[in-house]
Design a binder for this molecule. Structure first.
Ligand SMILES: [Zn+2]
Length: 301
């Protein structure tokens, strides 16, 4: 399901599974944390299209400025397909008072409405659940409710769950919690895995059966990029190539091409060649951005 309606899986093309077109992270990043320029968004997506991109997954949630109508407009203007997220982000963005009063089932009902009817009367329907977040090394009380609700919405609709698990190996706890709610790890994308520098973490995730998302490609330093390439090659050589996902997580002004950043096209033009230069087969590398995200979104091989 995209913001302009359903598409066949074979129409997705090259997919970026963890991005943001419009976002408000002002509380953490001041002016750099606000993407609200529709004209510029269209230009950046047009560049992605030119680089060979077909589909972008926008994981912006209501806590950080989700704008379904604007997503639909830029998708129509650029012909880049956009899959929109739903559910709840992470502490401290969550409305703790609301989470204290509402049950996971009631939260799940709202998420399911976004998926089946669309968001707030726009008719724009979500196509993925996420990014469901844990802010720190643990899952907070409010975040636990959010994860349980996401799991129940997944079980009610079949949509994939994508998570935010940055810096600490909390992705493993997220998988435990989701499994407790009956979610098959093969329907879960653990996000920001490349930001966790713990030896063995990526392998531990992969062995659980989930997708391991290296989604900070090009938005960090040269060290980060080389480190990610190394970890991806190691994971592929260990036999888990089909579970690797790649994206940029564009979420700040200075990530955009217009402001000197990598933009949405860097992965295709700048990073995939790095992986083949590191010794991976070009066909396999291509699958990281086509067959893998397609399977992750649809649950079908
Ligand atoms: Zn993100």
């Amino acid at each position: 399901m995209t913001v302009t309606g359903p598409v066949r899986p074979d129409e997705l093309g090259v997919v970026l599974p963890h991005e943001h077109v419009f976002i408000d992270l002002v509380r953490e990043y001041r002016g750099n944390g606000l993407l609200n320029d529709e004209h510029l968004a269209s230009a950046e997506l047009a560049a992605l299209r030119e680089a060979g991109g077909g589909t972008l997954v926008d994981l912006t949630l209501d806590e950080i400025g989700r704008d379904p109508a604007a997503l639909r407009r830029v998708s129509e203007a650029t012909e880049v397909r956009i899959v929109m997220g739903c559910g709840h982000y992470r502490d401290p963005y969550l409305d703790r008072g609301w989470f204290d009063r509402i049950s996971p089932d009631a939260i799940a009902d709202e998420i399911i409405r976004d998926i089946t009817e669309g968001v707030r009367g726009t008719g724009v329907r979500a196509g993925i659940i996420g990014e469901i977040g844990a802010d720190r090394r643990y899952i907070s009380a409010a975040e636990e409710r959010s994860f349980r609700a996401a799991a129940r919405a997944h079980r009610g609709t079949g949509l994939t769950i994508s998570t935010h698990a940055a810096r600490w190996p909390v992705g493993l706890d997220q998988l435990d919690l989701l499994a407790e709610e009956g979610v098959d790890p093969r329907r879960v994308i653990v996000g920001h895995s490349d930001s966790v520098p713990i030896p063995g973490y990526h392998l531990a995730l992969a062995r659980r059966g989930c997708y391991v998302s290296f989604d900070g490609i090009g938005t960090g330093s040269r060290y980060d990029l080389d480190r990610a390439a190394e970890d991806i090659v190691a994971l592929a050589r260990a036999g888990f190539g089909a579970q690797i996902l790649l994206s940029h997580d564009v979420c700040l002004r200075d990530h955009l091409r217009a402001h000197g950043g990598c933009g949405y096209g860097f992965l295709i033009g700048g990073f995939l060649p790095l992986l083949t230069a590191a010794g991976l087969d070009a066909e396999q590398v291509r699958r990281f951005v086509t067959a893998n995200p397609r399977a992750a979104l649809t649950g079908e091989d």
